[in-house]
Design a binder for this molecule. Structure first.
Ligand code: 2AM
Length: 185
């Protein structure tokens, strides 16, 4: 099954983002906007994992989550991958958790790999919320600029979720398991 590990921001935080995005969305029909009910912050993308690895995967992910403390995060700033001038992904950034999030993400990916998932990605972890995607690189400089001042209300991140993604015409995410961030920091 195709799996990823993510934070699920609370509905209030997502509603705030939705309000900000709603105001600019109409101007950019070339962008495939992600549905707010699918919004999440990916910590580790695991790709296809054989079903029989799930029990040991759960043990490893629970252990990794348990080593890091809960965090206060806020959506803030915007950007695009690989660049605003030729964007494939439009995102909102996060404020908070700078000391913890990259280590948590690396531990989850390493634990998953030990349980039989793919090698951890080598590129630098950049926490974000994907707002839209474009196959052809779009010039989104103006849009990124208009979202750059976004600075949302802080929210509590205390749980790590394992999610299964069902691809197809209607992408669906199915919660598989969840573990508390239980470290002392
Ligand atoms: P994204 O947030 O930047 O789009 C489920 O597909 C989640 O896993 C998405 O949020 C996606 O990141 C993330 N992800 C990371 N690497 C991926 C990859 N190689 N293929 C698909 N999704 C990936």
């Amino acid at each position: 099954m195709r799996l990823f590990v993510a934070l699920s921001p609370p509905p209030e935080a997502l509603a705030e983002v939705s309000g900000a995005v709603g105001r600019v969305r109409e101007g950019w029909p070339e962008l495939r906007w992600t549905a707010p009910e699918l919004w999440h912050v990916t910590l580790a993308f695991l790709g296809e994992v054989p079903d029989d690895k799930l029990p040991s995967l759960s043990v490893r992910l629970a252990r990794a989550a348990g080593r890091y403390p809960p965090m206060t995060l806020a959506f803030a700033g915007a950007g695009a991958f690989p660049s605003a001038k030729r964007a494939n992904v439009l995102w909102l950034g996060l404020r908070g958790g700078e000391a913890t999030l990259p280590k948590l993400a690396a531990s989850l990916a390493a634990g998953a790999h030990r349980a039989g998932a793919r090698e951890p990605e080598r590129r630098r972890f950049h926490p974000h919320l994907t707002l839209g995607r474009a196959r052809t690189g779009l010039d989104l400089r103006e849009l990124v600029d208009s979202l750059a001042a976004f600075d949302g209300t802080p929210w509590h991140a205390g749980t790590v979720h394992l999610v299964r993604s069902h691809l197809g015409p209607h992408v669906r995410y199915e919660p598989v398991d969840a573990w508390p961030l239980a470290g002392r920091g």
